[in-house]
Ligand binder design. Structure first.
Ligand SMILES: C[S@@+](CC[C@H](N)C(=O)[O-])C[C@H]1O[C@@H](n2cnc3c(N)ncnc32)[C@H](O)[C@@H]1O
Length: 268
């Protein structure tokens, strides 16, 4: 998968703020550039509320990108994070940013594939934003997540779901632009999570808020085109514009939706 790989973007933005290559970084200033999902840190704070996260808990983030949500969680609520990321360049960037934020004592970065397994029973909670959509092997994925949790542990995930019947053209855009081959509907989510052993399922339709978010992200980005071209160059900006507009089109079509789900591993 070669998505989200233009990691220099975050360093360009920091430079524009006058933060040089090895300077320490205030995590509160970094959150504008390191959250690779919808609704920014608001969506991460929602996980804190839903799962009751606190400094005593070990939390696993699956698909942690350049580490934005894990750093925000470690910084804002003090939990001990393990940030699991598949792609080397994102993992290396995440390590560097976390150290510069002084959060390396609370965020442990691991490079790997969640399907290869994680420490069984190692975590009080598991969180994930916009990562499951890249993983078509859902039964295996849910089994790994279930194993990772301690009894009673909670899972909080934000991802895509099929709200309507996706057209061939929409499926093709999802594969080509988003590296997303499989989009379950709500009933499939419910059935597969139950089959994996999860209970207390709550599935929330986020589609309307996400459609607005992606539209505003795209128009804001286009309004800043000249500045962005100067800062990042044409390759990054043209690629991102194409990606952002494809996502706008998908949500506007009404067949692609956003889901937030919360569930628990049973106590026994
Ligand atoms: C949209 S990004 C989200 C990153 C992060 N959750 C955030 O919100 O900033 C999805 C991430 O999941 C990672 N990913 C995809 N498949 C994965 C897998 N099987 N195991 C671990 N990470 C994976 C991708 O490399 C990518 O960095």
């Amino acid at each position: 998968m070669k998505l989200y790989h233009q990691v220099e973007r975050v360093f360009n933005e920091l430079r524009a703020l006058g933060i040089a290559a090895d300077d320490p970084i205030d995590v509160a200033r970094l959150v504008a550039f390191d959250q690779y999902h919808y609704l920014g840190t608001e969506a991460v704070d929602e996980a804190v509320r839903r799962l009751g996260l606190n400094p005593a808990l070990q939390v696993l983030e699956v698909g942690s990108g350049i580490g934005g949500p894990s750093r925000h969680l470690a910084h804002s609520c003090g939990c001990q994070m393990t940030a699991l990321e598949l792609q080397n360049d994102l993992h290396d960037t995440a390590l560097q940013l976390t150290a510069r934020c002084g959060l390396d004592g609370r965020v442990r970065h691991v490079c790997g594939n969640v399907l290869d397994g994680v420490t069984p029973g190692g975590y009080d909670a598991l969180v994930s934003w916009l990562t499951f959509l890249h993983i078509p092997e859902r039964p295996q994925l849910y089994a790994r997540c279930f194993e990772a949790l301690k009894p009673g542990g909670g899972i909080y995930v934000e991802d895509y779901f099929a709200r309507g019947t996706l057209t061939d053209c929409e499926r093709e855009i999802l594969v080509r632009e988003v590296f997303c081959e499989h989009v379950p509907d709500m009933d499939e989510y419910r059935a597969e999570l139950r089959a994996a052993g999860f209970e207390n399922l709550e599935l929330i339709d986020m589609s309307e808020a996400w459609a607005v978010f992606v539209q505003e992200r795209w128009s804001g980005f286009r309004a800043m085109r000249e500045r962005n071209m100067r800062l990042h160059g044409a390759e990054i900006i043209d690629g991102l514009e194409e990606f952002y507009s494809a996502v706008v089109e998908l949500f506007a079509g009404g067949n692609l939706g956003g889901i937030r789900f919360v569930a628990n591993k049973p106590l026994q």
